[in-house]
Design a protein around this ligand. Sequence first.
Ligand code: ADP
Ligand code: MG
Ligand code: ZN
Length: 508
Amino acid sequence: MMETMLESHRDEQHPHQAEDFHRKLEQNSKLSGIKKDIEKLYEAVPQLVNVFKIKEKIGEGTFSSVYLATAQLQTGLEEKMALKHLIPTSHPLRIAAELQCLTVAGGQDNVMGVKYCFRKNDHVVIVMPYLEHESFLDILNSLSFEEVREYMFNLFKALRRIHHFGIVHRDVKPSNFLYNRQLKKYALVDFGLAQGTPDTKIELLKTAHSEDQQEDSVHHSVQRSVFGERNFNVYSSTYQENSSTKVKLIKQAKVIDVSSRKLVTKKKIIFTKTVSNGAARKAAGPLNPPCDCYATDRVCSVCLSRPQQVAPRAGTPGFRAPEVLTKCPTQTTAIDMWSAGIIFLSLLSGRYPFFKASDDLTALAQIMTVRGSRETIQAARTFGKSVVCTQVVPTQNLRTLCEKLRGTNSGCKRSQGEVPKGSENDSALPFAVDKPCAPEALGKQIQQRKSLKEGDSALEIKATDMKGWDQVPDEAYDLLDKLLDLNPATRVTAKEALLHPFFKDIRL
Ligand code: ADP
Ligand code: MG
Ligand code: ZN
């Protein structure tokens, strides 16, 4: 077997086979790794042996591994299930809370349910119905506009349900919203980071709450206090090549982290400070010497020694709402609506991930490039945060932005060079995405349509080839605008979103 593979690998007429060969080797070692993981899981939770045939690993994250398994039913039929093995270090309360979200809110309205749960010692396995699903990135550019409308409608249905139960999911993103395109089935999964609203109906989210915040602040202590200088070469046409925008929060920190302090002084970079509005000076009470860095892009030693603010933080930076990024201590279900807005933005623009940032202030700077710096700063003020930004960036028209990125703005000419590409690191904006600007197929169609207009009547193009992307109604961008409301207090709720004119006459 090995020999025959090596043999063909030498065949000069098939240069790709060398790559194939190595890929296969890699796959093999990965497979045996997974086999071992499956064996280990059977050993850790032996109850599973009699019930499930574990087939393959379908997900692996920091906090869990998910497997596809089949169960032999009494009827003789086999049923597919998803087994989520939580890392043994998960806090028992956290696990119980995740399970309670699934049992209380799940099983309806596109919220994943739970079938069984197995435990031995510190190993917990949650058994859910299996929903085969697509990879978001794989299908992003083949979705019709109508499919996108249905997708968003179903996401809001799931969010309306969990929000009704006082669950804030905190990690809404495509990999946590399973989508089976053929069956038109959807499921919101992963309550591993969920928290309760003050009046939550999930008992265990009441207790898990405060503990999480602490844990979280420890985990992120280094990352959260230091932010690099980032170039905003987003609109290279309007900006100077070397222009850079610095964003700063006036921070009121609770726990000072020595390692982060070192980083700050060593690199002399931009970072964040947070205070309740205008409190920079007030914070310097009788015990504190006065601060002299307010509204500058430095951070003085007084501010450096301030304790860090503890606020819940979770999820992926590119999906975090401005109030999460600025560590606003009161966060509501509105944060999930922002994340849904980011998904919608990806669907409308054909870009995923839309924002790619490894830290919160970069993410905030990227939001500014779409929603405007003044607007962002002003919204932050409404929830008690001061943000300083060294550059003014205007708000963008959402339709223009999305059409440009998708390549459906037939109104103006589009060439490869027109959409600025992102730099290697977390530069601002969708241009951080590796893909070339528009889906190629659509691009070609536009070309063809243009030549049609120019009088080349020999070409016959059907409008249906555009899959509805040439007729995106204003309602879509109106809803997007309401989801990406910088102010959580006025941001559209899931219930309201479902009643938005965008969804009128939806056939489901
Ligand atoms: P994590 O906390 O590790 O992100 P998730 O609950 O999000 O765990 O599951 C990880 C991945 O496993 C999901 O992105 C999805 O691909 C897959 N998965 C989870 N639950 C199911 C399910 N019920 N059916 C099918 N696939 C699932
Ligand atoms: Mg997940
Ligand atoms: Zn200061």
